[in-house]
Ligand binder design. Sequence first.
Ligand code: ZN
Length: 432
Amino acid sequence: MNERNQELLEFIAASPTAFHAAENIEKTLQRAGFERLCEGHDWHLTLPGKYYVVRNGSSVIALDLPERFEGFHLMAAHTDSPSFRLREQPETESAGLYTRLSVEKYGGMLCSSWLDRPLGVAGRVLVREEGKLVTRLVHLDRDLLLIPNLAIHMDRSANDGKSYDMRTDMLPLFALSSSGAKLDKLLAAELGCAEEDIVSRELSLCLRERGCVWGAEEEFISAPHLDDLQCVFGCLQGFLQAGAREKAAVFCAFDNEEVGSGTRQGADSAFLEDTLVRVCAALGKTDAQYRAILAHSFMVSADNAHAVHPNHPEYADTCDRPVLNGGVVIKYNANQRYTTDAVSAAVFTELCRRAGVPVQRYSNRPDIPGGSTLGHISMAHVAVRMLDIGLAQLAMHSAFETAGARDTEALVRAAAAFYSSACRITSDGIEL
Ligand code: ZN
């Protein structure tokens, strides 16, 4: 396995929730010399300068500001993935024998992929500590839970298309009820606090299985959360590798994409706009100058794309059908669910060509509406030139997803090329 994929899989294993992903991004930024800005304080910036802002502990925006810049080059990806959220008091008895944990869907997952495999629990917990409430991240990284299938003998139609009832089918088994086991007891032991000091929780189920590179020539990579941590990782590495040149480099990792982004820290919030406005104000720019800077800015929204499926190639478009290891995917949609247009596609394609990074194209099959993503949502708040890209993958929203092992590096190189480019778009043409 190459070093890049090894690092990606380590990042994914350490990021079972958006909170953990944001914390790991923050650690990476700190190691690279970035300084945290608090939204509740005044910002004093110097140029050149490296800064980052965190909102809700689950979204991060990092800025690498050169001495002089006329625009921002932004890349955005998302920290969250579909999973099952635990109820505040999740223990529920079944058949007078078992304790299960009650859960609710977060996002749209492939339910079957969560069955019959050991699961852990991760998230954040608010704990009473010396008269204060303190946020603690927790990861019960042990074989703790499992959602058992019903045997084929009891459900002969199980292979004929199955619908899953959230009240019954997807509840993980936790203990025999005779044990009186409580999740809070395990959380308290993990956190080194008293059970009664746990005040509230935001916890999700997470897969125990580690990611791997596999295939006859190790051409595939599989792991939980490749959508969208593969893009988060690739964009962040490209961001750090490139360093700021003529444009200010901005890396965004947003939470809550899987539930529509409409939260205080999601792409459909003022988080990005607030940050860019405040950066410009702290540098003494006027409102008109801020708007001129936006006119010279360019954003790449990075979220994975569907590869042609080996067993069901008929679901792919006949023309724009990306393959694993085919390079970075540019995503198109006539109805602008993806923000790519001819200008933004030309810029990105040319940057990739010069960097020796292969690109390929994706459109939904015309009769199958696709999902939307960060790009057009961010556009409503910060209207800059934009395109949507991603990496080709199979089994999107499975608990264990598959992508091309060579594509991670392609995205890192594409991101570095994008961040280092000057890209001036004028009526005479585009200079890169
Ligand atoms: Zn995604």
